[in-house]
Write a protein that binds this ligand. Structure first.
Ligand SMILES: [Zn+2]
Length: 414
């Protein structure tokens, strides 16, 4: 399978060299795509640059311990089993993304000494939402049996969940209506796009994570294209944007470069393309065989992007509660400590103890697909829920306590 992918991408590179294919996520391609729903995009991006320059001037005043959580919803478009990425594969891709941003990826300790001192991490967690826009439990993954949408034909944005609350990731299998070498593309931060729900990331379901419906080998760096796209979504450009003589990517510690080729040839292909060593291990390079790091300069730029109106509601504590991601809100430790409900043990086998700071009135338990399996009237601050008759799996609970509805997950293991 890997050989097939190599061949496809050699073909892709060949086509690119001869001008027949536009890079799917070059600055021009992203702006062109965004301008369809936002005619003022170029003006908005200029305003973003002013905001970012100002933020970076004062960045020492920011809280250096800031940690961010981004609720995610995934939309999977398939034709029966074709393109039907399952939960395990979806989560494996998300794990790659979270590991990469936090320096927990396999390649983090083997970066070329020329670039190791400038590597940086962004304390961010991409969290699969557990509450949908109507306040109901969700797996965070929506499936659409739609052969046309699977080829990225038609308006996939019609399925968007509120872009102010969720990072929407769309998973067609291919793009342009036919089998393709498409891996992914993303949208830069734009408030206008967010407000009309045309923001997000588009990603081939056969190149996301590892598993049954993925073409990638377990551990293959190609899966880190997700971090490349999340980089664009947080306003990063390619390290090679505009070549040796342009404006580059507006990041100080990523000098102008032509970048590495997309070919699977390790970390050092096309080295010294603009007379400086080429960082083939940078996530924002196009080298699909070696993806290991962001630089500190790129991290600072993404940190600034998180403060933009297009992004700053996503990680607010109120939004994390609304989307069921508050348990990941490590940056809001005091609030997280003040959890109104304790559920233990979790995972559980026979019984779950539930303890609240105020009297609980009702409890409801749902399966992953939203089927109601239990309702209980409680009227107590302590309750023992028997679960020995339930199958292994993840369940969502809703508990009404003190006029507040609280949500969470219980895992049952037999
Ligand atoms: Zn790109």
């Amino acid at each position: 399978m890997k050989n097939k992918i190599t061949f496809l991408f050699l073909l892709f590179s060949f086509s690119f060299l001869y001008g027949q294919t536009q890079l799917p996520c070059s600055y021009e391609a992203i702006v062109e795509r965004m301008s369809i729903n936002n005619p003022n995009i170029e003006e908005e991006l200029k305003e973003n640059e002013k905001f970012i320059a100002d933020f970076l001037k004062h960045k020492d005043q920011r809280d250096p311990t800031s940690e961010y959580v981004i609720p995610v919803v995934m939309h999977v478009f398939h034709d029966g089993d074709d393109g039907m990425m399952g939960m395990e594969q979806a989560l494996s891709g998300l794990e790659v993304l979270n590991n990469d941003f936090n320096g927990l990826n396999d390649g983090w300790e083997t970066i070329d000494p020329a670039f190791d001192p400038i590597k940086g991490t962004l304390d961010i967690t991409f969290c699969l939402a557990t509450i949908d826009p109507d306040g109901n439990p969700t797996t965070g993954i929506n499936y659409y049996d739609d052969p046309s949408a699977m080829l990225n034909q038609g308006n996939l944005f019609q399925h968007a969940w509120d872009n102010r609350k969720y990072l929407n990731i769309y998973f067609p299998k291919y793009t342009n209506g036919a089998p393709s070498d498409f891996t992914a593309y993303a949208y830069y931060p734009s408030e206008a796009n967010v407000l009309n729900n045309t923001d997000g990331i588009f990603y081939s379901s056969i190149r996301w994570g590892y598993g049954e419906h993925s073409e990638l080998d377990e551990g293959q760096d190609w899966a880190s294209v997700c971090s490349h796209e999340a980089g664009h979504w947080l306003n990063l450009r390619h390290t090679f944007e505009f070549g040796c003589n342009g404006d580059g990517d507006y990041v100080k510690d990523t000098p102008l470069t032509l970048g590495s080729g997309i070919e699977l040839q390790g970390c050092n292909n096309n080295d010294f393309s603009c007379d400086v060593q080429t960082n083939g291990s940078n996530f924002m390079d196009y080298n699909h065989d070696c993806k290991k790091m962001f630089t500190q300069g790129q991290v600072d730029r993404m940190l600034a992007a998180l403060q933009l109106p297009a992004r700053n509601n996503l990680w607010s504590y109120e939004n994390l509660v609304a989307t069921g991601c508050q348990d990941f809100a490590v940056g809001t430790k005091d609030l997280a400590k003040d959890k109104s409900i304790q559920v233990f043990p979790n995972p559980a086998t026979n019984e779950v103890q539930i303890r609240a700071q105020a009297e609980m009135q009702e409890l409801a338990l749902y399966t992953l697909d939203g089927t109601l399996v239990e309702t209980k009237n409680i009227n107590s601050m302590d309750y023992t829920l028997t679960v020995d008759h339930l199958d292994s799996g993840i369940y969502f609970y809703k508990i009404l306590s003190n006029n507040k509805m609280m949500n969470g997950k219980i895992m049952i293991v037999k």
